[in-house]
Design a protein around this ligand. Structure first.
Ligand code: ADP
Length: 273
């Protein structure tokens, strides 16, 4: 039973109403701030490749077009800037669609080991150019069937393994390992590259967030990769975890469900008898 007088009760109701309103206002203000910040971020990111392409094209128009060698070089650079603009816009669209729930996940059963092998094969050329070795370890006796969205998990592995190459030093090493336990598959992607300072580590999954040093890197990406990874894994009820030591390297891990094939199930059943 409340010991408050009728007036006290009214006051308490008004207070809790005011508190709820204040919370609502705070949320709205935060959303508005976030939106403002986001638009500023996008504009900044879009400007870089646009300015660059614009610069080359205008220089060509101002006369550089006469020189065949310069012409080719500048056109290639302008094309490269426009390509990175395309990647940026694509990534933004993907992220936006994921956040608004427009993108549907298509779950099928497939062998995660084969997917990882395919990703590594695709990235091997980029890695070998900088003498980086990508090593993949798994148990040859086991099967690694999972149920997930193939294309999206491909994207996750591609982003993580490519980052492990990008932020590594020449001659570095990337170790990918696939392990299975009772009902899950765990993927670890480990590099011995530059590592990530603790303060940045908390923020690398935010859109556009990049550790200062990687901002000016030649093949630095859009800063959206890890935000996309996080979203895709959330759609699989999974989470990405990371540990890192500056100067030593980083490890990114996530897990997916293990689907046992008939042979494994029969073997387990026999063993339990
Ligand atoms: P980007 O497109 O810049 O690679 P990501 O979202 O994939 O963006 O990563 C965000 C930032 O996190 C990167 O810019 C980089 O600073 C840092 N990062 C990601 N992976 C690694 C890694 N394996 N080693 C060191 N730093 C990393």
């Amino acid at each position: 039973r409340s010991s408050l007088s009728p007036l006290g009760k009214i006051n308490s109701i008004i207070n809790s109403y005011a508190l709820a309103r204040q919370k609502e206002i705070d949320t709205l203000q935060k959303t508005a701030e976030f939106r403002k910040e986001f638009i500023a971020d996008i504009s900044h990111e879009l400007k870089t490749p646009i300015f660059s392409a614009q610069g080359y094209i205008h220089t060509l128009l101002d006369g550089a077009i006469e020189d065949k060698q310069v012409r080719l070089k500048f056109l290639k650079r302008a094309a490269k800037s426009l390509d990175s603009l395309d990647v940026l816009v694509q990534d933004l669209l993907t992220l936006n669609q994921m956040e608004s729930g427009v993108i549907k996940f298509i779950f099928t059963e497939f062998d995660l080991k084969l997917l990882i092998e395919e990703v590594i094969e695709e990235l091997e050329h980029k890695a070998s150019k900088r003498k980086i070795k990508i090593d993949f370890s798994f148990d040859h006796e086991k099967t690694y069937i999972t149920k997930a969205d193939y294309q999206k998990i491909y994207r996750v592995c591609q982003n993580l393994i490519y980052n492990a190459v990008k932020y590594n030093h020449d001659g570095g090493e990337v170790k990918v390992s696939l392990k299975s336990s009772k009902s899950t598959l765990q993927i670890d992607i480990k590099d011995n590259g530059q590592g990530i300072p603790p303060d940045d580590l908390k923020r690398i999954f935010e859109r556009f967030y990049r550790v200062e040093k990687s901002r000016n890197k030649k093949d630095g990406g859009t800063g959206l990769g890890l935000a996309i990874v996080k979203h895709i894994l959330e759609g699989h009820q999974s989470k990405i975890s990371v540990s890192s030591t500056v100067g030593k390297g980083s490890m990114f891990s996530f897990s997916l469900p293990l689907i046992k094939d008939k042979k494994t199930l029969e073997k387990e059943l026999a063993e339990n008898k």
